[in-house]
Ligand binder design. Structure first.
Ligand code: MF3
Ligand code: CO
Length: 260
C-alpha cells in the first residue's frame, strides 16, 4: 500500500521574500499597463508585446515564454477560455470578459498574477461571475494563515463560488512559487478529502503561494483546443480567473503580486 505523505514545502528567508516582492512589483506594473490597453479593438498580440516590453524593461524575464514550449509572455482568457489562451490576431470585443495571466522571473525569483475584466458593458451573469471569482480569491487569501492547511484555502474558495451557483475548475490548480514558477504544494480551488496529500500541508510563515481560482458559470469540465494550450469550459460557459502571489505571514498573508 502506498502511504501518501504531504510534500515538503520550503519557506523563504526575508531576503528571498524581498526579491519576490520586487518580481511582484514588476508584474503589478505590467498588469496596470495591460489594463489601460484592454480596450475594444486591441489585438491580444499587441497586449503580449506590451507585457514583454514592460517585463524586460524592468530587468526581468517573462516566465511563461518557453515554459513547456508555451510561445508567449501572457495567457489571454477570453469568455469561455479558462486559461492558457495564446495571444494572436484576435481583437477584444465589447460585452465580453477577458482575463490576462502573466509571470516573470527577477534575479531568479518568480511572481505570477492574473485578473479578469469586462470590456465595455457586460451582462449581469458576467458581472456576477467577475465579482464572485475575485471574492473567491479574497477568501482564499484570508484563509492562508499560519496553522491552517491548504485544504482551508481550497474550501474557502469553493464555498464562495458554489454559494453563487458557479463551479470551480478542477484540473487546474494554484501552486507554491519561488525559485520555480511551480513548486509544492498544489493549491486546488475545491476540497475533495483524501484526494490529494497536499491538502494536509500546514501553512507556515515564509511559504509563498500562487492562489488562483478559476470559476465557471456552467460546468467545471474543460476541453483543450488543438493548439494544445487553449483551455475552455466544456459547455462554452464564461469563466473568470484571478491570481495573487502571496506569502504566508505571522498573521495575515502578504500579497507579493496582486492580480487586479
Ligand atoms: N499562472 C499559470 C500557472 O500558474 C500560467 C502558466 S502558463 C504557462 O500555471 F504557459 F506558462 F504554462
Ligand atoms: Co499560476
Amino acid at each position: 500500500m502506498t502511504v501518501r505523505r504531504p510534500p515538503k514545502v520550503g519557506r523563504k528567508t526575508p531576503a528571498e521574500l524581498e526579491l519576490m516582492r520586487r518580481a511582484g512589483e514588476i508584474i503589478e506594473r505590467t498588469l496596470e499597463v495591460l489594463r489601460q490597453a484592454m480596450q475594444p479593438g486591441v489585438t491580444t498580440a499587441e497586449l503580449d508585446k506590451l507585457a514583454e516590453d514592460e517585463i524586460r524593461g524592468a530587468g526581468a524575464m517573462p516566465s511563461f515564454k518557453g515554459y513547456n514550449g508555451y510561445p508567449a509572455t501572457i495567457c489571454v482568457e477570453i469568455e469561455d477560455v479558462v486559461v492558457h489562451g495564446i495571444p494572436g490576431s484576435q481583437r477584444l470585443e465589447t460585452g465580453t470578459i477577458v482575463g490576462i495571466d502573466v509571470g516573470c522571473v527577477f534575479e531568479g525569483w518568480h511572481a505570477d498574477a492574473a485578473f479578469t475584466v469586462a470590456i465595455g458593458e457586460v451582462d449581469d451573469l458576467r458581472r456576477r461571475l467577475l465579482d464572485t471569482a475575485y471574492r473567491c480569491l479574497e477568501a482564499g487569501v484570508a484563509a492562508a494563515q499560519p496553522g491552517r492547511r491548504v485544504a482551508d484555502v481550497s474550501s474557502a474558495i469553493q464555498r464562495v463560488a458554489e454559494a453563487e451557483g458557479f463551479s470551480v475548475v478542477r484540473v487546474l490548480v494554484g501552486h507554491g512559487i519561488g525559485r520555480q514558477m511551480h513548486e509544492p504544494p498544489q493549491v486546488p480551488n475545491y476540497y475533495a478529502p483524501g484526494e490529494l496529500a497536499d491538502y494536509e500541508v500546514l501553512l507556515r510563515p515564509g511559504m509563498t503561494l500562487a492562489i488562483e481560482p478559476m470559476i465557471a458559470a456552467g460546468t467545471w469540465q474543460v476541453v483543450v483546443d488543438p493548439d494544445g494550450w487553449t483551455t475552455r469550459t466544456a459547455d462554452g460557459s464564461p469563466s473568470a480567473h484571478f491570481e495573487h502571489t502571496i506569502a504566508v505571514g505571522r498573521r495575515a498573508a502578504e500579497i507579493l503580486a496582486r492580480g487586479i
